[in-house]
Design a protein around this ligand. Structure first.
Ligand code: P71
Length: 466
């Protein structure tokens, strides 16, 4: 029998790897989980991971490294200065992202601190496609004020717009009119937009933004934490990109920006690491000077040589079409199964996780009783699955009025680590969410009893209202 040459084409998003080593996970009883949850003050950040069955807290630093990356660790050159691995990392960043100069940092927020200190002056405005917690805090600590210029669709969980990470240029233009371009430090562009549910920006929108910014002399700083995932959505959804590789699209995105902060703990498939990359030599020089104050020498930032090697290899693996297809495919599998049961989630399904709409899930819990925090606690109690609040607790308080921000999006994030869990794990997650949905009337909300000053969601403590 003659087989058509297409017969062997991979049809499913099935993983392009097999498992060489396993890590056992612990199953717990309801009583054990209840005790752990009370001890953690109903905050999933405060649970011990030994009490967690499936850990969907974050995709940050929770990735499984490949055999090539583990082998790379053995090539760590732990010289204090000028480590060979620094040069490998520099090569990878130039080759796959196209940025000229590299300043390594211990993780993303290290790079955010440095670039904010360099580019933001007291009283400046920093527009961006939605805030991210650590990014905005560093902008504020440097004297800046973040302004959201993302399109309105991004704040609507029901909108199926394919590029909910896009910028509304009219919103940016209004800021330029009001404050003048010279008070705008830079435009902060994230790929993909985490707090909107892992939503992408299109290349058409980024190109338009670039033209506008060039005209007004405004820089674009790229939060490239999940750039390969953003590129995959462009390949799937944007006209003219179906035949381009993810690697080509990633490079094109980067080419439309002036510099980038990166948390390598996400896209780049490692457990720790990050960097600042810029094209302007003067900014590089200043960053290279500041990094020795906050992170470490300019050829390691906060990373060991072996960490830098793992990042360099991870960057290369992260832009392979097969890898990204399966990574996003798994997230979509989970999202589509929940949608089939009419569970309210942010649509379209995002790149790094599925986001439950807590306002719709628990309509009887007012936002001031922290519905997303309460829902994350209920899911843990049901099954030992750990998720993360991305709502009013994460949003924090307005630095001027001291009042809570009341974000439109009140979400629970089921974040999928890369190359870690199986389809069967995703099925267990669906079972648990359906169970909690059936019993949602029993979830009554929480009261905050301890509130830290910075990034309160990490360590805040709560008590149950019933
Ligand atoms: C995530 C994280 C890690 C995190 C950070 C803050 C609160 C809870 C969890 C980190 C990001 C990110 C984007 C878009 C910068 C950072 C900071 N995300 N930009 O999603 O998603 O990077 O953690 O390496 O410092 O769980 P860093």
């Amino acid at each position: 029998m003659e087989l058509d040459s297409n017969t062997y084409r991979r049809r499913s998003w099935a993983e392009p790897w097999k498992i060489k080593m396993v890590e056992h996970v612990k199953m717990t009883t309801y009583e054990e989980r209840k005790k752990a949850l009370v001890e953690a003050g109903f905050n999933t950040f405060l649970l011990r991971s030994g009490d967690v069955y499936i850990d969907l807290l974050t995709d940050s630093g929770t990735n499984a490294m490949s055999d090539r990356q583990w082998a790379g660790l053995m090539l760590g050159d732990e010289a204090y200065a000028g480590s060979e691995n620094y040069y490998h990392l520099e090569d990878a960043i130039q080759k796959y992202y196209g940025y000229k100069y590299l300043v390594p940092t211990h993780q993303g927020r290290g790079a955010e601190n440095i670039i904010s200190r360099i580019l933001i002056k007291q009283g400046d405005i920093v527009p961006g496609n939605m805030y991210f917690t650590t990014t905005r805090l560093h902008q504020e600590l440097s004297g800046g004020t973040f302004k959201d210029i993302i399109i309105d669709e991004a704040h609507d969980p029901e909108s199926e717009y394919p590029f909910k990470g896009n910028v509304d240029l009219a919103k940016l233009d209004a800021l330029v009119d009001e404050y003048g371009a010279n008070r705008i430090s830079y435009v902060s562009i994230a790929t993909t937009v985490n707090m909107a549910g892992g939503q992408p920006i299109s290349l058409a929108n980024l190109r338009e933004l670039r033209a506008y910014c060039l005209q007004h002399g405004i820089r674009i700083i790229h939060d490239m934490t999940r750039v390969a995932e953003n590129a995959w959505f462009i390949k799937q959804r944007e006209e003219g990109y179906a035949d381009k590789s993810v690697a080509e699209i990633v490079k094109e995105i980067c080419s439309l920006t002036d510099g980038a902060t990166m948390s390598a703990k996400k896209d780049a498939l490692v457990n720790i690491g990050g960097f600042l990359a810029v094209n302007d030599y003067d900014i590089f020089e200043e960053a290279r000077n500041l990094v020795v104050v906050y992170e470490g020498l300019h050829t390691y930032g906060g990373m060991s040589g072996r960490d830098m090697e793992a990042v360099a290899i991870g960057i290369e693996e992260s832009v392979q079409d097969d890898h990204i297809r399966s990574r996003v495919g798994q997230v979509e599998y989970l999202g589509n199964r929940l949608l089939a049961h009419d569970i309210p989630i942010v649509k379209p399904v995002g790149s790094h996780g599925v986001f439950l709409d807590a306002k719709k899930f628990l309509p009887h819990v007012p936002q001031i009783s922290f519905p997303a925090q309460a829902l994350a606690a209920a899911i843990y109690l049901d099954s030992g699955i750990r998720t993360m609040e991305r709502g009013i607790v994460s949003a924090g308080r307005d630095k001027l009025t001291g009042d809570h921000y009341y974000p439109k999006l009140e979400l629970v994030r089921l974040t999928i680590p890369r190359r870690v869990y199986t389809q069967a794990h995703m099925d267990v997650v669906v079972e648990s969410i359906l169970e909690v949905f059936d019993q949602r009337n029993r979830v009554l909300g929480l009261k905050m009893v301890y509130e830290p000053k910075y990034l309160r969601f990490f360590q805040a403590r709560f008590e149950s209202l019933g």
